[in-house]
Structure formats: structure tokens, C-alpha cells
Design a protein around this ligand. Structure first.
Ligand SMILES: *[C@@H]1O[C@H](CO)[C@@H](O)[C@H](O)[C@H]1NC(C)=O
Ligand SMILES: *[C@@H]1O[C@H](CO)[C@@H](O)[C@H](O)[C@H]1NC(C)=O
Length: 397
């Protein structure tokens, strides 16, 4: 990729929209419900793919542009490699088909080096029509925006609304910056994680507002070197590492730096969760720094007895080694008395857990407590709640 060349030389603006009467077999029932039929438009997938091809094959870089307006779009995959950087300019709203749809991804970018996704537009996953039909134990529904084997990507400005499953997924690749995005889904929507990463490295997630029915950000297996800064999270399940250790080939997680984030009315604040299984992996070099908790049920939690919400966990303790995890300046209001809950593996106790300057109270100012098992912890600075009395190793600096 040559970033010195202006990517705007070839602008492929898509004017080709096909109106409802040409594609009524697509979804007439839905259109009628909307009452604004004259403005309902459908993107013709082939024309969108044609303009992608043109932009992707441009030596000097190209643009694919979605103008103002609301457009229906079937699942689509933008495939590289491309000759230079490609910009996907999203100014309008793209709507996914209603209901549960086949496939893991709605809008997927694959095998691209140098991608910019920007604009003030919205990806509307129309999740409400799908969540009601999801069976609770089934895997997450379709992801709205997937970057798969994409390197050097920037995602800026866009809104992701009501994804069916995850909102944004970064899988493989890296050098990804996601900033100034808004991600919204109701608190009770199933598995609508805001941003999920896996098998990817060198990721920045910055200055964004994320409120969903699951983790605001979930840092999955094989994620290395990720900075998360300036996130307003809530509602949702907080910022989580995991779950790790479900599958034998789960890659390890390291280099996680979460800074200056606020959790408002979340289930968890900052969390690490690993499965009870004999699959081994490691989670290491993790820092949660300057975290404000505004009503979270579990402000600080390590859960190594995770088994996907099912009540009967396996016999095996987790074989994921959690080490070198720092919680520095975590403060605010806990919704439950146990503000710090560190439940580590009996076969692989957590090593090098450091708690530095913690201040978590109940809403009325009452004292919170800490609960630990199999934890090797170090304490520094003031501690509210007081340190666990049963840490394996306990040093107050
Ligand atoms: C994360 O932040 C650290 C410290 O500011 C920096 O050294 C590192 O390069 C950043 N990582 C990424 C992926 O940008
Ligand atoms: C706890 O950590 C200290 C310092 O790293 C180490 O010396 C000690 O062996 C650890 N104890 C246990 C029980 O893991």
C-alpha cells in the first residue's frame, strides 16, 4: 500500500439503486410496514460489487460510496487483495434483511491491506426481528461488520445499530484502528457484543460509545497487543477478555491495555473469563488503568469457572494460565457487595495479579468486599475493598 497517493482519484459513487417494484419478492411484507415506501431502496448487490472491483483494482486507490438515504442490502463480501488502499465511504444507512439470516457475516471485508471505512452513516442490523427467534444456546447470530484477514484498517465515525449478533468482528490480520464509532443495541439483546477480536494483533479501539446486550468489547483467543482507550461502555457486560480455553487451538492473549474507560450500568466492569476445560492457553500482560465504574455488578472479575452460561460446568478446572494482570486506579460505585471477585483455577492459580489504588463503594457509601480463590496478588496504594485475606501470596508494597 502506498499511502502517499491520493485514494480519491477514482471515486466510484453508486447511484444504482433498484426500487422496490423491481425486487418485490425480496421482502414486500416489511416494506409495507414502514409507511415510507417511496424512499425504500435496495442496493443491487452486483452493482455494489462492481464498484468494489473497480475501486479495488485501481492502482491509485479507490472509493466505494454509499450516499445519504436508507438502503436494504443482502449479505455481501468485499474481497481483496486490492492494488492500493480502498475507502468505503458510508454516509447513508444500510439495513440488513429482517429476521434470522444465513451466514456468519452481513458485510464482510476479506483479505485486504489498507482499508478505510468512514462516514456518518449507519449499519442497521435489524436485530429485533431476529433476537426473538434465537434459541438461547445457539451460537451468536450474524455479525454486522466483519474484517477478516484485513491489515491496516481504520474504521471511523460510523454507527452500528442493532446487529443480529456481534456488531463488529476483527478476525485475523491486524494494524486495525477503530475510533469514534457508536454502537447501540438494547440491554436484553442476545450476544450483541460491540467489538470482538480474535487471532489479530496491533489493534486500537479508541474514543467510542458502546452499549449492547453483551460485552462492549470482547477480546477473544489469539488477540495480541490491543489498546482500548476512551470507551464509554453501557449498558452491556463490560470489557472482557475471553472466553478463552473452550477449544484446544485457542491462541493466547497478551498485551492488553485498557485505559480511561467508563462503565455505566454494566453487568461487569473489567473481566477475564476462561472455560473449565483441559485446553491450555495463557492470558498475560494485561493492564486496566483509570477505569471509572458507575454502577457495575462485578466491577473487577476474573472468572475461571466459565462455561458459557450453562449451569453444569465440566469437572476439569480451567487450564488457562492468567498472569501479570494489573488493575490500577479503578474507582466508582459497585452494584454488588463483592466488588472484586477473583476466582482463579485450582490447577493454575493466577500469578502476578496487582491491585493498585482501588476505590469501589456501594451506592450509599457502604463498604464492599473482595473474594479470591487461587490468586497470587500484590497490592499497592489504597485499597477499598480491603485485600482478600486468603491470597496465596500477599504483599502490600
Ligand atoms: C498501545 O499503546 C502503547 C503505549 O502507548 C504503545 O506503545 C503501543 O504501540 C500501542 N499499541 C498499538 C497497537 O498501537
Ligand atoms: C506467588 O508469587 C511469588 C512472586 O512471583 C512467587 O515467588 C510465589 O512462588 C508465588 N506463589 C504461589 C503459591 O504461586
Amino acid at each position: 500500500m502506498d499511502s502517499n497517493k491520493p485514494f480519491s482519484k477514482v471515486s466510484v459513487i453508486l447511484f444504482l439503486v433498484i426500487f422496490c417494484d423491481k425486487v418485490c419478492s425480496y421482502d414486500t411484507s416489511r416494506v409495507k410496514k414502514h409507511g415510507d415506501n417511496a424512499h425504500e431502496k435496495f442496493y443491487d448487490i452486483n452493482s455494489l460489487l462492481d464498484s468494489w472491483q473497480e475501486a479495488c483494482q485501481s492502482e491509485s486507490g479507490g472509493i466505494v460510496s454509499v450516499p445519504d438515504g436508507t438502503f436494504q442490502l443482502d449479505p455481501i463480501e468485499f474481497e481483496g487483495p486490492c492494488k492500493n488502499q480502498v475507502t468505503f465511504q458510508l454516509d447513508g444507512t444500510l439495513q440488513a434483511p429482517t429476521g434470522i439470516i444465513n451466514g456468519d457475516d452481513w458485510i464482510k471485508f476479506h483479505n485486504i491491506d489498507g482499508l478505510i471505512i468512514q462516514g456518518s452513516g449507519t449499519l442497521d442490523g435489524q436485530g429485533a426481528s431476529a433476537w426473538q427467534d434465537k434459541c438461547p444456546s445457539c451460537p451468536p447470530l450474524t455479525t454486522s461488520l466483519t474484517l477478516s484477514s484485513v491489515t491496516n484498517a481504520q474504521v471511523t465515525g460510523i454507527t452500528s445499530l442493532n446487529s443480529k449478533g456481534y456488531h463488529i468482528k476483527v478476525n485475523k490480520g491486524g494494524g486495525t484502528t477503530i475510533e469514534h464509532v457508536t454502537i447501540t443495541a438494547p440491554e436484553d439483546s442476545p450476544n450483541t457484543d460491540g467489538i470482538h477480536t480474535s487471532e489479530a494483533n496491533n489493534i486500537n479501539i479508541l474514543n467510542s460509545d458502546i452499549g449492547t446486550g453483551d460485552d462492549c468489547i470482547s477480546i477473544g483467543e489469539g488477540t495480541q497487543n490491543i489498546n482500548i482507550t476512551g470507551i464509554n461502555c453501557g449498558p452491556g457486560h463490560g470489557i472482557s477478555i475471553g472466553s478463552i480455553g473452550k477449544n484446544a487451538d485457542d491462541g493466547s492473549v497478551s498485551g492488553v491495555h485498557v485505559m480511561s474507560c467508563t462503565m455505566t450500568s454494566t453487568e461487569n466492569g473489567v473481566r477475564i473469563k476462561t472455560w473449565t476445560s483441559d485446553c491450555s492457553a495463557t492470558v498475560s500482560d494485561v493492564t486496566f488503568h483509570d477505569i471509572t465504574i458507575d454502577q457495575a455488578s462485578n466491577p473487577i472479575i476474573i472468572d475461571q469457572q466459565y462455561c458459557g452460561g450453562s449451569h453444569e460446568c465440566g469437572e476439569d478446572p480451567s487450564h488457562v494460565q492468567v498472569s501479570d494482570v494489573k488493575f490500577i486506579n479503578v474507582h466508582g460505585i459497585s452494584k454488588s457487595e463483592v466488588a472484586i471477585n477473583l476466582q482463579c483455577s485450582s490447577t493454575m492459580p493466577c500469578q502476578g495479579i496487582e491491585l493498585d489504588t482501588i476505590d469501589l463503594s456501594l451506592d450509599g457509601g457502604e463498604q464492599t468486599t473482595a473474594s479470591c480463590s487461587n490468586v497470587n496478588a500484590t497490592y499497592d496504594g489504597s485499597q477499598n475493598p480491603p485485600p482478600c485475606s486468603n491470597s496465596l501470596y500477599h504483599r502490600h508494597l
